[in-house]
Ligand binder design. Structure first.
Ligand code: FE2
Ligand code: FE2
Length: 193
C-alpha cells in the first residue's frame, strides 16, 4: 500500500466523519493549488491530510502533549490551546511510524506548513500558503460565500490569495470582537504588507 493510501486510512481512524470530510477536501484543494503554482502536489496532499489530526483533542490533552514532548509554542497558542493542534499535528507527522520517504527539505516544508496552518508565520513557506488557503476555501466551508471563494481563486499569486484570506479573516475577527493585532495571522500582516 502506498503512503497516501495508508495515511488516509490512519487519518480516517483518528477523525470524526465530518472532520475527515474537511480533511479530504482540504487535501484536494491543496493538490489543485500545488499543481497550479508549481509546488509538489503529493507533499501538499500529505500536509492537507495531516493538518487537523489533533483538531478534536481537548485543551488538556493538547497542552499535556505539548509539554510532555517539549514542543515550542507561542504564548498566544498556550493561552488558546485549540491552536496547539498545529504544533501537535506537526509533531505527529514527523514522529509517525508511517514513513514518508522524501528528502529532508521536502519533509521540513510539509512539517512547517502543518505547524503554522492556524496562525500563519513568516517561516511557513509556499507549502504553508497552499495549506492555509486550502483550509480556508475548501468547498465544505460554509463561512465563505461562493463569490468570496471565486474572488480568492481568481487572484494570480499565492501571496495575493494569502493576503485576501487574511483580510477576510481580519474582518471576521473584528466582527466577533477579537483583537486582530494580537490574534492569528498577525505575523503575516508584516510579511505580506
Ligand atoms: Fe486546523
Ligand atoms: Fe482544517
Amino acid at each position: 500500500m502506498d503512503y497516501i493510501q495508508e495515511l488516509k486510512e490512519f487519518i480516517q481512524s483518528q477523525e470524526s466523519p465530518a472532520r475527515y470530510r474537511h480533511t479530504l477536501q482540504t487535501a484536494e484543494v491543496c493538490a489543485e493549488l500545488a499543481d497550479r503554482f508549481g509546488v509538489s502536489a503529493i507533499d501538499a496532499t500529505v500536509a492537507g491530510l495531516w493538518h487537523d489530526i489533533a483538531r478534536s483533542w481537548s485543551d488538556h490533552r493538547l497542552l499535556a502533549y505539548t509539554r510532555t514532548h517539549g514542543l515550542g509554542a507561542l504564548t498566544y497558542e498556550i493561552q488558546n490551546p485549540k491552536l496547539l493542534h498545529s504544533v501537535v499535528g506537526a509533531h505527529q507527522f514527523s514522529s509517525s511510524q508511517l514513513r514518508y520517504d522524501r528528502d529532508p527539505d521536502q519533509i521540513e516544508q510539509v512539517r512547517l506548513a502543518i505547524r503554522w496552518h492556524t496562525t500563519g508565520h513568516h517561516t511557513m513557506g509556499t507549502m504553508g500558503y497552499v495549506l492555509f488557503i486550502a483550509d480556508y476555501i475548501e468547498p465544505g466551508r460554509t463561512h465563505l460565500s461562493d463569490a468570496d471563494r471565486r474572488k480568492i481563486l481568481q487572484l494570480e499569486t499565492l501571496e495575493a490569495m494569502m493576503s485576501e484570506v487574511l483580510q477576510m479573516q481580519s474582518r471576521y475577527f473584528s466582527a466577533q470582537g477579537v483583537d486582530v493585532a494580537l490574534g492569528p495571522g498577525r505575523g503575516l500582516y508584516q510579511l505580506l504588507s
